[in-house]
Design a protein around this ligand. Structure first.
Ligand SMILES: Cc1cc2nc3c(=O)[nH]c(=O)nc-3n(C[C@H](O)[C@H](O)[C@H](O)COP(=O)(O)OP(=O)(O)OC[C@H]3O[C@@H](n4cnc5c(N)ncnc54)[C@H](O)[C@@H]3O)c2cc1C
Length: 585
C-alpha cells in the first residue's frame, strides 16, 4: 500500500474539481484524483449553456437572476447562496473567456446569450436571454478549457484512481476532522492512501439510480455514498430533477436550448399544451413544471405514439441554418437514435432523470457540514455532489455549469487557505482497512446474486415508483424493493477475480453506493407530504409552506447490533429578500 501526502486532495476532475484545482494548486500542493480521465467527466456532456446576467443582448441584472433562481427552486433555495452565485456569475463567465473558451458570439463579437427555462426579465415579465453558450457543446468547451489550463498550471492528476473512502479522525472534543482519502488504482488494483490537510469532494451526481436518465454510466454518487457511510448527513435527496426533453424510451438528453431557440412541445393532437400550464412563458417554464405537464398530458390520454406514452418537441418551424448553427449535436442525436429528421419531423420526447438538487450539505464557502451548522474542518464539497443549496427543490437550466464554476472556485480558495495554516491530521491506524475488507469481500464472495440484475431491478422500481409523480403507495413499494435489493446485494459475487482493470469489482462497489442513495431519496420523499419543485406527490398536490418550507436532513444511524436506519430531520431555509409566493409562470 502506497501512502502519498498532499496539502489538498481534490476528488473528481469534472468542472467543479478542475475549477477548484486551478485555485488550490496556486497556493497549496494539490493532487486531483479522478476515476475517469478528466475530459471524460460528465460536465463534458452538458449542452445548452451557462447563465450570467451579462446583459449582452438585452437588459438584465444579477438581482433578476437571483429572483428567478429562488422562485425556480420553489422557495427552498437558500437565498444568501443564490445571491452569491448570481453576482459571481458574471466574473465566472469572463474568467472562462479569458482562459480561452470559444463562446458563440453576437455579430458584434460579444458573448451571445439565449433563453432558458425559468430565466426572466424583471421578476417574471417575459423570458430573458441569459445563457452563454458554445453551440450545444458548452460543457465540452468548459471541460476542455479547464483541463488545458490545469495542464498549463502543472496540476497533478491521478487518473483512473477510484476514491472509496474518506478518512475522518475525531479530535479531543469528538468532532470529526479530515485526514485524507483511500483510493483504488484501476490499472494495478493497488490501494493508495492520500494523507491531506484539505479534501474537496467534486464527484458529481447519481442519476444511475434511475433507468431512464440523461446521466453517464459513471454517475453513481460515490462521493455522497462515501460521506454517508462515514456518518455525514445528506440534504434534500428527494428533490431529483426530471428534464422534460429526453429522447422517448431512451432518456438521452435534448437540451432545453432547443426550446430556448424557439422549439415548442405538442401533444398527440398537435396542441401547444404548455399554453395551458404556463400562459406567460409557456415552453420556457422551469423543468419541474414542464415535466409534470408532459406526464399529465400522457396520463390524460393525449400522449403520442403507438402506446400514447410521449409528447413531441417541434423544431420544424425554425430555419434550418439556425438549427445547424445553434443545435448541431442534439439534432444529430435525434437522427441517430430515433431516425427522426428534426428539421421536418416532430421529435418524440419524455422526461428523463437528470440532476440531483440534494447532496452533501455545505455552506457558501463550500465547507461540509456535519449537522445544520457544524463545519467538518478540512472537508469541502462543490458541484453536483454538494447541496449549498442554490437550486432549492428545482434547478434552473444552465445554473449547474454556473454552480460548478462559482463554488468550485470557492472550494479551491477555501481549501488552500485552510491548508496554509492547518497541520496534517495523523492517519487512523490501518487507514485502508475498511476499503481492503470491502474489496476482499466482493472479490472472494461466491454468492449467487449478480450486479447487473440488482442494478436493473433498482432502476426499474425507481422509475416506476419514485419518478416525476409519487404517492404514499408507490414510495412504500420503492422502499420495500430497495430493502430487498440491499439484502440480495450482501450476497453478490463478481466474475473477474483479477487485479488489473477490474471494472467488474468497481461496478459492484458503485452499486452499493447507488442502493444507499436510492434508499435515502425514497425515505425523504415519503416523509415530505407536499409537492414542491422536483418532488411531486399525487396525494399531496399543494406546496405546504407552513409545514415543509425547510430542507430535509438525512442521517445514517447504526444501532448496537450494527443495523442501519435513516433518521430524518430538518434545516431552515435561508430567506433574505423574497418571501414565498404562489408560483405562476
Ligand atoms: C447530458 C447532460 C447535459 C447537461 N447540460 C447542462 C447545461 O447545458 N447547463 C448546465 O448548467 N448543466 C447541464 N447539465 C448538468 C451539469 O453538466 C452537471 O451537473 C455538472 O457538469 C456536474 O459537474 P461536476 O463537476 O459536479 O461533476 P462531473 O462533471 O460529473 O464530474 C465528476 C468527477 O468526479 C469523478 N469521480 C466520481 N466518483 C469518483 C470516485 N469514486 N473517485 C474518484 N473520482 C470520482 C469523475 O471521474 C469526474 O471527474 C447537464 C447534465 C447532463 C447529464
Amino acid at each position: 500500500m502506497q501512502i502519498h501526502k498532499y496539502d489538498t486532495v481534490i476528488v473528481g476532475a469534472g468542472g467543479a474539481g478542475m475549477r477548484a484545482a486551478l485555485e488550490a494548486s496556486k497556493n497549496s500542493r494539490t493532487a486531483v484524483l479522478t476515476k475517469l480521465y478528466p475530459t471524460r467527466s460528465h460536465t463534458g456532456a452538458a449542452q445548452g449553456g451557462m447563465c450570467a446576467a451579462l446583459a449582452n443582448v438585452e437588459e438584465d441584472n444579477w438581482e433578476w437572476h437571483t429572483f428567478d433562481t429562488v422562485k425556480g427552486g420553489d422557495y427552498l433555495t437558500d437565498q444568501d447562496a443564490a445571491e452569491i452565485m448570481c453576482k459571481e456569475a458574471i466574473d465566472a463567465v469572463l474568467d472562462l473567456e479569458k482562459m480561452g473558451l470559444p463562446f458563440s458570439r453576437t455579430p458584434e463579437g460579444r458573448i451571445d446569450q439565449r433563453r432558458f427555462g425559468g430565466h426572466t426579465r424583471d421578476h417574471g415579465k417575459a423570458a430573458v436571454r441569459r445563457s452563454c453558450y458554445a453551440a450545444d457543446r458548452t460543457g465540452h468547451m468548459i471541460l476542455q478549457t479547464l483541463f488545458q489550463n490545469c495542464v498549463k498550471q502543472n496540476v497533478e492528476f491521478f487518473n483512473e484512481f477510484y476514491v472509496l473512502d474518506l478518512l475522518l479522525v475525531d479530535d479531543e472534543d469528538g468532532n470529526k476532522t479530515t485526514s485524507g482519502v483511500v483510493a483504488y488504482e484501476l490499472a494495478s488494483g493497488e490501494v493508495h492512501v492520500f494523507q491531506a490537510k484539505a479534501v474537496i469532494f467534486a464527484t458529481g451526481g447519481f442519476g444511475k439510480v434511475f433507468k431512464t436518465t440523461s446521466n453517464a454510466h459513471t454517475l453513481t454518487g460515490d462521493g455522497m455514498g462515501i460521506a454517508w457511510r462515514r456518518g455525514l448527513p445528506l440534504e434534500d435527496m428527494e428533490f431529483y430533477q426530471f428534464h422534460p426533453t429526453g429522447l422517448a424510451g431512451l432518456g438521452i438528453l435534448l437540451t432545453e436550448g432547443a426550446r430556448g431557440e424557439g422549439g415548442i412541445l405538442r401533444n398527440a393532437d398537435g396542441e401547444r399544451f404548455m399554453e395551458r400550464y404556463a400562459p406567460t412563458i409557456k415552453d420556457l417554464a422551469p423543468r419541474d413544471i414542464v415535466a409534470r405537464s408532459m406526464v399529465l398530458e400522457v396520463l390524460e390520454g393525449r400522449g403520442a405514439g403507438p402506446n400514447k406514452d410521449y409528447v413531441y418537441l417541434d423544431l420544424t418551424h425554425l430555419p434550418a441554418e439556425q438549427i445547424e448553427e445553434k443545435l448541431p449535436d442534439i439534432t444529430e442525436f435525434a437522427r441517430t437514435y430515433l431516425g427522426v429528421e428534426p428539421t421536418t419531423e416532430l421529435v418524440p420526447v419524455y422526461p428523463t432523470a437528470h440532476y440531483a438538487m440534494g447532496g452533501i450539505p455545505t455552506n457558501v464557502e463550500a465547507e461540509v457540514l456535519s449537522d445544520n451548522e457544524t463545519v467538518v474542518p478540512g472537508l469541502y464539497a462543490a458541484g453536483e455532489v454538494a447541496c449549498v443549496s442554490v437550486h432549492g427543490s428545482n434547478r434552473l437550466g444552465t445554473n449547474s455549469l454556473l454552480d460548478i464554476n462559482v463554488f468550485g472556485r470557492r472550494a479551491g480558495i477555501a481549501a488552500a487557505k485552510y491548508a496554509a495554516t492547518a497541520d496534517f491530521v495523523e492517519l487512523p491506524e490501518n487507514p485502508a482497512a475498511d476499503v481492503v475488507a470491502l474489496l476482499e469481500r466482493l472479490r472472494d464472495s461466491d454468492g449467487t446474486e449478480r450486479v447487473a440484475a440488482i442494478r436493473a431491478e433498482m432502476q426499474e422500481t425507481m422509475d416506476a415508483n419514485a419518478g416525476v409523480y409519487r404517492t404514499e403507495e408507490t414510495l412504500k413499494q420503492a422502499a420495500a424493493d430497495i430493502k430487498a435489493l440491499q439484502k440480495r446485494y450482501a450476497n453478490v459475487s463478481i466474475q473477474d477475480k483479477g487485479k488489473r482493470f477490474n471494472t467488474d469489482l468497481l461496478e459492484a462497489v458503485e452499486l452499493g453506493f447507488l442502493l444507499d442513495l436510492a434508499e435515502v431519496l425514497v425515505a425523504g420523499a415519503q416523509n415530505r407530504k407536499e409537492s414542491r419543485g422536483g418532488h411531486a406527490r399525487e396525494d399531496y398536490q399543494a406546496r405546504d409552506d407552513a409545514n415543509y418550507m425547510k430542507h430535509t436532513m438525512a442521517y445514517r444511524e447504526v444501532d448496537a447490533n450494527g443495523d442501519v436506519s435513516i433518521r430524518l430531520d430538518w434545516k431552515p431555509v435561508v430567506v433574505t429578500r423574497y418571501q414565498p409566493m404562489e408560483r405562476k409562470y
